[in-house]
Design a binder for this molecule. Sequence first.
Ligand SMILES: [Zn+2]
Length: 177
Amino acid sequence: MSVLSSPHFHDEAKAFKYLESIVWAGGVVCPHCGVVDGRVYDLAGVRSKPSKKAPQGQLRHGLKKCGECRKQFTVKVGTVFEHARIPLHKMLKAVHLMVSSKKGISPHQLHRVLEITYKSAWFLLHRIREAMRSGDLAQPFGSEGGAVEVDETYLGFKKGRLHSPWLGPQECRSGTR
Ligand SMILES: [Zn+2]
C-alpha cells in the first residue's frame, strides 16, 4: 500500500486526528490560555455558517473547547495550516509530496494531484515553504510532538535567493521575503 493511500490524506476527520497525534503527543495544549492536558471538550457536529457553496454549513472537524478559558480551538491554531481554506487532508498531502520527492513539486502538479486551483496550489506551496524556512512548521511539529522527517527535497538559498529546481530566480524572488 502506498503511503499516499493513508486515510489521513483522504479523510478530513482522520487528517485532524493525525495532526493531533503529532502536535499534541505530549498532551492537548490550549492555544489561548496555554493549559496542558486541562479540561478539553470535543465539540462534535458543529457546523460553520451556511454559505452559497455549503447551504447546510460545513462540519467543523476537530473543534474543541477549553474548560479553563472557555475558548474554542482546533489543532490547526498556531500551525502553518491555520486560516487556510484548503481541506487539511489536502494540505497534509501537499507537505508529503513536497518533502518526499527530490525536486519538490510544482504548483501545477499540486493543482492536478490535489484538485485545487492553480492559484491555491501556488499559495499553499509558498506558505509551506516559508514555514519550513523560518521553522514555523517545525516548531509545533518538532518541539513537543516528535521529529519532522524531511527527505531529500532541496529547498535552500543560493546567493541570497530561494533556489528551487522548478522555479526560475525571477519567480523565486517572492520567496525571499
Ligand atoms: Zn484555554
